[in-house]
Design a protein around this ligand. Sequence first.
Ligand SMILES: [Zn+2]
Length: 427
Amino acid sequence: MTSVLFTNVRIFDGTGALAYPGEVLVQGNRISRIARGARALPTAGVTVDGGGATLMPGLVEAHTHFSWNDQPGLSEIQRMPTEEHILWCAHIAKRYLDMGFTSCIGAATAKPRLDVVIRNAIESGQIPGPRYLAASQEITVPGGLGDETLPHLPYPEFSFGAIVNGPEEMRKTVRMFLKYGVDTVKLNLSGEYIAGIPAEFTPMTEEEIAVAVKEAHVRGKRVSAHARSAESVKQCVRHGIEIIYHASFADEEALDMLEAKKDRHFVAPGIAWLINTSFHAAPWGISPDAAKQMGYHRELEVACETLKKMHRRGIRILPGGDYGFAWIKHGTNAKDLEYFVKYLGFTPMEALLAATKLGGQIMMRGDELGRIQEGHLADLLLVDGDPVADIAVLQDGARLLGVMKDGLFHKDPQKGPARGRFSRSAA
Ligand SMILES: [Zn+2]
C-alpha cells in the first residue's frame, strides 16, 4: 500500500474550523492520520513538504455538463457528431480534475449515453477524471426547454432534450435512461429565456413528474430538475426531487416547503449563468441590453434575494453549474465560489464548505468525502495561498500545486513549475 505524508501544510479540513498547521498521512486511497504541528507523524513512503501551502478537500461541482462544448446555444451543442462528442467529454473530464474538481454531479448530457460512458471510463481507469455521477438527457415536453426540433425537422436527433408526451412516454424514456445506467434522471420543469421560453413557465404535468420520480426511485436513483419558477420548485419538493437546479423564483411558500425538507434536497443555482448571460455574452450577440430584454437582469436580481433567504433558512446551496457555454467555459468553475461571496452573501468559509463538505453530501458520501478526516477518501488539493483570505486563488490552475484523487496524484506537487519548493523523499 502506497503512503504519502504531507508535512508543513496548513490544513483546511472542511469542518468549519480555521486552517491549522499540521501533517496528513495518506495510506492507499484514504486519509489515515492527521496531526497538528511539525514532525508529528512517522514518515513512511513519500513525503511531500508543502512549504506552508494549504491542504484542503477536493472541490465538488454540483451541476456539471461535460458534453456542453463551449458553444453559444443548445442546438449548437447538440450538433457535434457523437464520435467527436465523446472525445470532447473525455477531454473536459480531465480539465475538471486539472482545476481541482475531484467530484462532479452530472446535470444532463447532450446525447443519451455520453455521461454514462464517461463515468464508466473514469471508474475503470481508462481516462482521468473526477468521481462522477452520470445524468440522463434533459427530459422535456413538446415546446419545453430542450425541445430543439423544428416543425419540418421533427427528428429527436436534432433535439437537445428527450421529448415526452404524457406519463407513458415518460415512463418509457426514464426506463431507457435507467437501463443505460444513469445515476440521475434530469427533468426540465421550467422554461429558460434564452430558449424563448419564460423562466416562470412550468409545463410538465404532475402525472408526468410522478411517473419519472417513481421509476427512478424504484431503482434507487435520484432525480434532478431545471426549476426556475416558483411552481417548479414546489413540484420538486412535492415529488421528492432531490437536486433542484436554479430555483430563482422560489416564493415564500416554496421556501417554507423546502426548509421543511431541507435534509432531503440540494439546491445548485448555477448563478454564473445568470451573471454572465446578463453582462458578458455580447461577443455572441447577447448585449447586456438584449439580456435585460430577455429577462435575465430581473431574474439575477430576484435569484440573489431568493438564494440569500434560502441560505438564512439553512437550505443546502452548492456552487457550480452550467459551465460549458461559450461565455462560461469549462474549467472556470471555481469562479462560482467567488460569486457566492459577492452575490449571495456567503462568507468565504461558507462558500468553501458548500464546495467541499456539502459536496460530499450531494455525492451521497458525506461520511467519507468532502472533509479531511481520518478514514475519509483522499481527495486533496495543495493550494498556494489561503482560499479563506482570497477565494479567487482556486481559479488559478498554477496555484493548484497538487491534485490528489483517491490517494493518487493527478497533479504531483513535485513535478511542474512549482518544483523545487517541495522536497520529496522516499523512505
Ligand atoms: Zn444545467
